[in-house]
Design a protein around this ligand. Sequence first.
Ligand SMILES: Nc1nc2c(ncn2[C@@H]2O[C@H](COP(=O)(O)OP(=O)(O)O)[C@@H](O)[C@H]2O)c(=O)[nH]1
Ligand SMILES: [Mg+2]
Ligand SMILES: [Zn+2]
Length: 320
Amino acid sequence: MSHPPLTRTTGTGQVIKAHSGFFTVINRDGSQVICRAAGRLTKLKHTQDALAIGDFVRYELVYSEGYAEGRIIEVLPRGRVLARKDPIIATKEQEIQQVIIANLDLVVFVFACAEPAFTPRLLDRYLVGAEAQQLPVLICANKTDIISSEEARRLFRDYEHIGYPVIYTSAATGEGVDTLQAALHGKLSVLTGKSGVGKSSLLNRLKPGLDAEVGALSELLGKGRHTTVVPQLFQLDSDSWIADTPGLRAYAVWDVEAEELDAYYREIAPLVGRCDFSDCTHLHEPGCEVKRQVETGHISAARYDSYRRLRKELSRQRKW
Ligand SMILES: Nc1nc2c(ncn2[C@@H]2O[C@H](COP(=O)(O)OP(=O)(O)O)[C@@H](O)[C@H]2O)c(=O)[nH]1
Ligand SMILES: [Mg+2]
Ligand SMILES: [Zn+2]
């Protein structure tokens, strides 16, 4: 067989967008290449999706007759991923992990201090999901301009106390936006939270026009469970990216089993070894160290209450 002479070059970049078989890859210098992927890279390998947004890839460009075609030939090793078990193709024998975003550095949970009112139980759910996926978390307490700063700090005190970083912002006055910007710098982050808390306004403060670009930032309490997830990365600055993940709400509590819930409450996890029963649920057993520490005030009663509710809910929930 004879082919016309081809010129090939290779490059390395990050996948920022996937669209019906094509992937947009951005190079270090900011230029973009549209690539197809080598067939083997789009097939499901054992337990993980082969190619996802956020992946660093090696691609080749094949030039023929003045036309360049990009082809992803290798996926570089991943860092953290935001993933879920695929509910459609998972079987009892094998769980397929659907990677939604690869190399995710930070999940930012945005809440308003008021209007809408702060809902700690929702934050607890988000945190459980993030802990289960071992994702670093940042809590953003927005709309600080409508309550006193003492009140704002009181709302989030439990979370600061157990070691979660909280940044207090106002998209209205600009307070704390520099701090938020610094926290996002050099990272691939996902910003999430329910509608009306100020995500779009914050994005606009971070980079004018970004809210319009991003449009449908994920709303964890959004609509359908099976909305198609087509995430995309948006550039905040030369070194920082924000992922837009419509449909993220399906992962509000990501594949967590009732029995493992205590591991995802930061302040509870270190105590479970001191309960009398090794399979203590921390709900009703005698000799429960967790309950003891709630009684002495070392563990927040509100957090424990949320643990109980979620634990009961998870035990009722059907497994995949
Ligand atoms: N007072 C006050 N209002 C805010 C703040 N951030 C957002 N808003 C308002 O809250 C509403 C919802 O904001 P938006 O950014 O659309 O929230 P999103 O649904 O999370 O994207 C809008 O009317 C904003 O003007 C803030 O920090 N302070
Ligand atoms: Mg919005
Ligand atoms: Zn216990």
